[in-house]
Design a binder for this molecule. Sequence first.
Ligand code: SF4
Length: 322
Amino acid sequence: MAIEPDYLRLAREGRLREIGEHLWAQLENCRLCPRSCGVNRLKGQRGFCSASADLELAGYMVHTGEEPCISGQGGSGTIFFSHCPLGCVFCQNYRFSQEGEGRIYSIDDLARIMLELQAMGVHNINLVTPEHYLPHIVLALDRAVSMGLRLPLVYNTSSYVRRETLALLEGVVDVYLPDTKFFHRRWSMKLARSKDYPEVARSALLEMYRQRPSVVFSPDGVMLKGVLIRHLVLPNDASGSFDWFRWIRTNLGKDVYISLMSQYYPFYKAGEVPEVSRRITRKEYRDVQEWMLSLGLEKGWWQEDYGLDELAGDRIRHEFRH
Ligand code: SF4
């Protein structure tokens, strides 16, 4: 029997709309993300992320370069949102995440985009850093369901998301795709002006696993439910790779799925920070790979040495025992 997204049941029960409206009310005193700006976005005020109540999208596409279990054969229906609550100095998407490129869409437009992507044969709807637009997304999802949406929802995130906000999404999200960016505060401060990223991200991961403790794949290897942890290795261990994997092994076990990425490139303002102004070395990458394997973390994918492509997942190969 086909596995359907849990949000279909929530929509039938009217819960999806309730969750969307609950999130929408938070725009009046915005604490959607850990920045907790408290601005009234409904009146046009903007906080750290620079998003007002208007939904702004940078674009959407059939993404064939994500991990094999996300892109599959048909691609991932990826939606890119303008603005970002985290704001890393090395962001490859800085033109829309930090410089605000994009244009305004309505909630109905977003619902139609989801359906358009579904009609193009993608395996899922992949929301890239959606925290600041969660109210719009859940309301759009509710409308899209009534128009025939049936695809798994992938929540593709920096992990800078409040545990309380994630708890509201229980049953809404099928697949969590969290980044693990900085294990240590001194690096999150330096590279993203966030003193609480490490604690927030660890708490978020625990909540994601509480919601999706086991992984379900389709017969052709696409993840239908579960969590896939991304980790981008930064130069000089600025991401705290060794501590991240020790923490993951201790707190989440050895059966977690991991996507290890080598594609770091000093985009945007990274050139102004000497420690992260270069690519990683092969030795830096291999040391992390060996550390993961020594901990028994053998499920998932990793990129080739020196992932030279710009998009997450490009040149990822099946490397671990899957
Ligand atoms: S979503 Fe934006 S405005 Fe709201 S708390 Fe986060 S950074 Fe501030």
